[in-house]
Write a protein that binds this ligand. Structure first.
Ligand SMILES: [Zn+2]
Length: 422
């Protein structure tokens, strides 16, 4: 038995926000009350700390199979636990891609060994070919939780429509990375800084919001649910809002880097600040924050994208891969740039990192209640934390190294077990 004493227990589902004790047994929370006495229980003193549901991240790249020099499922799970996450959803752009039941089963076999809940989507099209749908039904039955070709946007509107219809039939949804290659330049650099500083044609806003506009309207017409991944432009927030007002079933996520920083970060942090979609303008950063506040964007997801230092440290930055390691800084970025900045309450931040993402996938996660899962994150919301280059992830490609942020995870508990302690 595990007894968490005197923490500020915060549950976005029930709106509980009260100093009390939490008693855990056999992977479940068995009691939440102001004063619990239990002989022989292991005690965690959570005085001054927040006791929240285990964080849920629906967008991570763990690189297994095929690119395990960057990350593997084990180190990805350790990074998740260190960041306070107890449930993650992997993307399927592995090598090979997760497009068939055999590859899916291999991945899930590896994932099942981890102490946190590691789930995965499968691809929408076979081997990311953008043309032929995978066998959604077979993949769902084999344990995939959803579908995405994240990394390679779907160019064919016909395929998008077919995928939405198939997903709807099976009571699931597809998730889309929206950057139309036909409207884009070199990825990872926002068009403004690309032109002014790097003298290249960069990643345009229209590539994102035009493709998104197409897809939310296909969702409207098919009455299917579509989830928009990591939106980054002011216009994109407006597109999602417009579709939601029309009655389309559209949900959206934003990555912490997009509400924290702008394209200028490339000038100081180089390739570690290169990502798809890229860091944008201050007006875009403001707009995604407004989208979080208004509820147009309901989910914060990291897009945890580890890369090896040798791959990032190439002479020509345009050749460096896009993406940043994100699991271990996500909570601190939310605390710093949303809560401390006065944009969201702590409860609203937690809702977007726990209950909302769990609800999107119908996971038994993301809340604290008696008889509920003992997936719990205990953190100090106020302490200053200097981000150094040590990560539990295999990768250290974070543009936040050297910055002092708010908040520190103290304990991550999953299925009643302490899986991380600081
Ligand atoms: Zn993506």
């Amino acid at each position: 038995m595990l007894l968490i004493k005197n923490g500020r227990v915060m549950d976005p589902k029930s709106d509980l926000d009260q100093v009390c004790d939490v008693l855990v047994q056999d992977g479940k929370i068995i009691k939440i009350a102001p004063e619990i006495k239990e002989e022989g229980a292991e005690i965690i003193d959570a005085t001054g700390l927040v006791v929240a549901p285990g964080l849920v991240d629906i967008h991570v790249h763990f690189r297994e199979p095929g690119q395990t020099h960057k990350e593997d499922i084990h180190t990805g799970a350790l990074a998740a636990a260190a960041g306070g996450f107890t449930t993650v959803v992997m993307m399927a752009n592995t090598s090979p891609t997760i497009s068939d039941v055999e590859t899916l089963q291999e991945v899930l076999h590896s994932a099942a060994k981890e102490k946190i809940n590691v789930k995965t989507v499968a691809t929408i099209t076979k081997n990311f070919n953008g043309q032929d749908l995978t066998d959604f039904k077979a993949l769902l039955e084999a344990g995939a939780v959803g579908f995405s070709d994240d990394g390679i946007p779907l160019e064919s509107s016909k395929v998008v429509k077919e995928a939405m219809e198939e997903a709807k039939k099976l009571n699931t949804f597809i998730s889309l990375h929206e950057e139309d290659p036909g409207l884009n330049g070199i990825l990872g650099f926002n068009e403004n800084i690309a032109k002014e500083h790097f003298h290249i044609c960069g990643a345009t806003g229209v590539a994102e919001y035009a493709m998104m506009a197409r897809d939310v309207m296909i969702a409207y017409a098919t009455k299917a649910h579509v989830h928009i991944q990591h939106l980054s432009k002011e216009e994109s927030v407006k597109v999602v809002e417009f579709a939601q007002r029309l009655g389309a079933q559209v949900t959206a996520e934003v990555a912490p880097q997009h509400f924290s920083k702008t394209e200028a970060l490339l000038l100081t942090q180089g390739s570690n600040a290169k990502m798809n979609p890229p860091l944008r303008l201050e007006s875009d950063r403001r707009a995604v924050i407004e989208g979080l506040k208004s509820g147009v964007i309901t989910v914060i997801a990291t897009d945890h994208a580890p890369h090896h230092a040798d791959e990032k440290n190439v002479e020509d930055i345009t050749k460096a891969p896009s993406g940043m390691t994100g699991l271990e800084t996500s909570l601190s970025l939310g605390l710093t740039y949303l809560v401390e900045a006065g944009e969201l309450s702590l409860m609203e931040l937690l809702e977007k990192m726990t209950y909302n993402p769990a609800k999107l996938y119908n996971f038994e996660a993301g809340y604290l209640a008696e008889n509920g899962p003992a997936d719990i994150t205990i953190f100090d919301a106020k302490v200053d934390r200097f981000v150094d280059s040590y990560f539990a992830s295999k990768a250290a490609n974070s543009p936040f190294i050297g910055e002092t942020l708010k908040g520190q995870v103290k304990y991550t508990i999953c299925k009643g077990q302490i899986v991380y302690q600081n």
